[in-house]
Design a protein around this ligand. Structure first.
Ligand SMILES: Nc1ncnc2c1ncn2[C@@H]1O[C@H](COP(=O)(O)OP(=O)(O)OP(=O)(O)O)[C@@H](O)[C@H]1O
Ligand SMILES: [Mg+2]
Length: 361
């Protein structure tokens, strides 16, 4: 074999085997092979690259004082960069048997978020990939996650107009992902839930955590089959769990579950309840289109003068369609955006606040 060919073959073999043996071999984002045959994406937000030292400085060596929360992939800290910018830093901590999975999620998160730009998606400021350490640096969102405002640590529960605003923001974020704008290919989030909806000071919703997101390859826009069903209990699309077929409508199902959380103030899965009352969808799905019974499940902590029954009924009806078992019968996210705009208008009109409603739309 001529020398040039042997050397090229060896190089290819070496890089392939290094990749397979050691998933921690770091590659620049451009070389991450996310299966995507569509047009080349626009890169809008150039993500900064940080060192471990900068991450330590920003968080006073990951002091508990700065801990914002803990999730399946590690802890999130509030931090201040050298520039003075306040950020949220996710420190990925996984047991050795889950490291490869963590690396994949880290790469997908950086790659996808760097391509996207929308007011209802969290902004990735940068990342750190130093040796085996991985950190993600996000814009800091002052009001934390939605679940805490519905049934978590926050004492004052948000009122109905604010819940509608959050629902509309999240719907716009998902509609943008599904539209394929900027990337050229629709994206399924796959882990949409109330803890992955973060809120800024004006209660503008920002969708976070794109580690499980999937690009829908061209020619198969309607579905892709995945070997493992991933996501979070309580939000799983039943069609996806039964068949492994993932569609954009799987996000619509999860969106419907979040609408139910907004309506009832209950958790998607509440393990403190008895076995038959743990799952929110099972608990309420049969009464969503029954106005009389609906009153029984409305969040009792929501200010009575902040809502009209008409808007609640329309909202419950939309939720009931999002959680339909047959994914073809669920509305698209664009349809959800339009209906939520109408619901906001109807509620504000009923409360005599038309100008306020128009400002929110
Ligand atoms: N950008 C941010 N600004 C402010 N707080 C944040 C930010 N990102 C995350 N947090 C907080 O940190 C918590 C933990 O986030 P993380 O994404 O690790 O876990 P999770 O979403 O609760 O669970 P899971 O790992 O199952 O997705 C969040 O619930 C949120 O309250
Ligand atoms: Mg999260």
């Amino acid at each position: 074999m001529p020398f040039g060919l042997v050397s090229a073959w060896n190089k290819r073999r070496r890089s392939k085997s290094e990749d397979q043996i050691n998933p921690w071999v770091y590659k620049p984002a451009e070389q991450w092979q996310i299966e995507c045959k569509g047009p080349q994406p626009k890169r809008r937000n150039a993500s900064a690259v940080y060192t471990v030292k900068e991450m330590e400085e920003a968080t006073c060596s990951f002091s508990d004082e700065y801990l914002l929360g803990k999730g399946g992939f590690g802890r999130v800290y509030k931090g201040t960069l050298r520039s003075g910018k306040v950020v949220a830093i996710k420190k990925m901590e996984l047991p050795p048997f889950k490291k490869a999975e963590g690396e994949r999620e880290f790469r997908v998160e950086v790659d996808i978020l760097s391509r996207l730009d929308h007011p209802n998606l969290v902004n990735l400021i940068g990342y750190c990939a130093d040796g085996k350490q991985r950190f993600l640096v996000y814009e800091y969102l002052h009001k934390g996650n939605l679940q805490d405002h519905l049934n978590g640590i926050e004492h004052v529960k948000i009122d109905w107009p604010s819940r509608l605003k959050v629902a509309l923001g999240a719907a716009r974020g998902l509609a943008y992902l599904h539209s394929g704008s900027d990337v050229g290919i629709p994206i399924v989030h796959r882990d949409f839930k109330s803890t992955n909806i973060l809120l800024d000071t004006n209660l503008e919703a920002k969708i976070s955590d794109f580690g499980l997101a999937k690009l829908m390859p061209e020619g198969q826009e309607t579905c892709i089959t995945t070997a493992t069903v991933l996501g979070t209990f309580g939000y799983f699309d039943p069609e996806y769990t039964l068949t492994g077929k993932l569609t954009l409508q799987s996000d619509v199902y999860a969106f419907g579950v979040v609408l139910l959380e907004l309506l009832t103030g209950r958790r998607a899965v509440d393990l403190t309840q008895g076995p038959s009352d743990q799952n929110l969808v099972i608990q309420v799905r049969h009464i969503l289109n029954d106005k009389k019974k609906l009153k029984r499940v409305i969040d009792p902590e929501m200010g009575r003068n902040s809502y009209t029954m008409e808007s609640l009924a329309m909202f419950a009806n939309l939720a009931s369609r999002c959680i339909r078992v047959d994914s073809h019968e669920r509305p698209s996210m664009v349809e959800c955006v339009k209906e939520l705009q109408l619901i906001i208008y109807i509620n504000s009109k009923g409360l005599g606040m038309t100008m306020h409603a128009l400002r929110m739309l």
